[in-house]
Ligand binder design. Structure first.
Ligand SMILES: [Zn+2]
Ligand SMILES: [Zn+2]
Length: 301
C-alpha cells in the first residue's frame, strides 16, 4: 500500500512532480493492499491465456492459404473439441494450482523485495530486469525440462504436455499440475535475484506467457518481431521438440537456443534442418509457396 494519502504528499516525498504514469498508478493503487495487487497476476495470466491464442486458433478454423503455408505441421488439424478440453484443463490448473501457489507465495514476494510504491522504474530499468528474468528463466527451465524427459519424469509428469505432437497456442501451459508448478519456479527466480516493481513483475509474467503461446502456436510466421531477438528459438524450434515427442532429446530450452547448442542437445534438430536445406529442391520450394508443403518435419518419418 502506498504510504501517501495524496499526490501532493507523494510529490513532496519524491521532491518532484509525478509523471503521468505515476499519477495513474497512484490513483489506481493507493488504498489497495499489496496482496490484492499481487493477486492481479493470476487474473492477467488467465486473460492473456484466453485472448492471445485466439487469432491463430480462429485462423486455423478456416485455414486460409495465405496463413496455412506457414503452418509447421500442415497435415495435422487439432479438432476444436480437443482445444476446448485443453482450455478447460488449463483454466482448472490455473485456478487450483497456480492461483493458490501465487497467493501463499505472497510473503516470499514481499521478502525478496517486490515493491508497489513510487517512484516507478524507468523504461531502461524495467527492460534490464526483464532481460535478466528471460535469461535466468531460460537457463533453469532448460535443466528442469531436460530432467522431465527422464523416463520417470516423462511417464509420470511431462507426457501430458506432449499429448499435442503438433502444438497449438492454447496448449502452451497444458501440462500436469506438477509440471506447471515445477517450471513456474524458474519464472520466480529472476525477480528473486533482481527484485522489481510489481508492474514489471506483471509484465514479466505476461510477456513470458505470450512467448510460450507464440512458440506453441504451430505456425512460423516470417514477420514475427521476435525473430530479431538474438538466439531466440521461436515456434519452429519448439515445434520440433513436440514433433519428436517423448523420445525427444532436442530443443529443451524455453526461450533461447544457446543452452541446447552449448550442451549439445540441438544436434538432431540441426541435422534435420541441414538435411531439409539440402533436399529442398526448387520444385519443392514452388510447392511450398502454393501452400502444398509437407511441413517442416514430415519428410523424415
Ligand atoms: Zn518436453
Ligand atoms: Zn511445449
Amino acid at each position: 500500500m502506498l504510504p501517501f494519502t495524496s499526490i501532493g504528499e507523494a510529490e513532496a516525498a519524491l521532491g518532484r512532480n509525478l509523471t503521468a504514469v505515476e499519477a495513474v498508478w497512484f490513483q489506481y493503487s493507493s488504498g489497495m493492499h499489496d496482496f490484492c495487487l499481487y493477486a492481479h497476476n493470476i487474473v492477467f495470466l488467465l486473460l492473456v491465456y484466453s485472448v492471445a491464442p485466439l487469432p491463430v486458433a480462429l485462423a486455423e478454423l478456416k485455414r486460409p492459404k495465405a496463413i496455412h503455408k506457414y503452418k509447421l505441421q500442415p497435415k495435422v488439424h487439432v479438432p476444436v473439441a480437443d482445444v476446448l478440453k485443453c482450455y478447460k484443463n488449463v483454466v482448472k490448473t490455473f485456478l487450483f494450482a497456480v492461483g493458490p501457489l501465487q497467493l501463499v507465495s505472497f510473503p516470499t514476494i514481499k521478502w525478496v523485495g517486490i515493491r508497489t510504491g513510487l517512484p516507478l522504474p524507468s523504461v531502461w530499468e524495467a527492460a534490464a530486469q526483464l532481460a535478466v528474468y528471460f535469461v535466468v528463466e531460460d537457463y533453469f527451465n532448460y535443466w528442469l525440462h531436460r530432467a522431465l524427459h527422464s523416463r520417470w519424469g516423462y511417464d509420470h509428469i511431462h507426457r501430458v504436455h506432449h499429448e499435442f505432437s503438433a502444438p497449438v497456442g492454447f496448449a502452451a501451459p497444458y501440462a500436469h499440475w506438477a509440471e506447471v508448478l515445477i517450471l513456474g519456479f524458474p519464472a520466480f527466480l529472476g525477480p528473486a535475484i533482481a527484485p522489481c516493481h510489481i508492474l514489471v513483475f506483471w509484465l514479466w509474467f505476461v510477456l513470458r506467457h505470450v512467448e510460450a503461446i507464440e512458440t506453441h502456436c504451430g505456425y512460423d510466421f516470417p514477420q514475427t518481431p521476435t525473430k530479431y531477438i538474438p538466439f531466440y528459438g521461436g515456434a519452429e524450434y519448439h515445434d520440433y521438440h513436440h514433433y519428436v515427442g517423448g523420445r525427444s532429446h532436442s530443443n529443451f530450452a524455453s526461450v533461447f537456443t544457446y543452452c541446447d547448442y552449448i550442451y549439445g542437445t540441438d544436434k538432431g534438430y540441426r541435422y534435420q534442418k541441414g538435411q531439409l536445406a539440402k533436399q529442398l529442391t526448387e520444385q519443392e520450394k514452388a510447392k511450398n509457396q502454393n501452400g502444398e508443403t509437407n511441413g517442416m518435419w514430415e519428410k523424415y518419418d
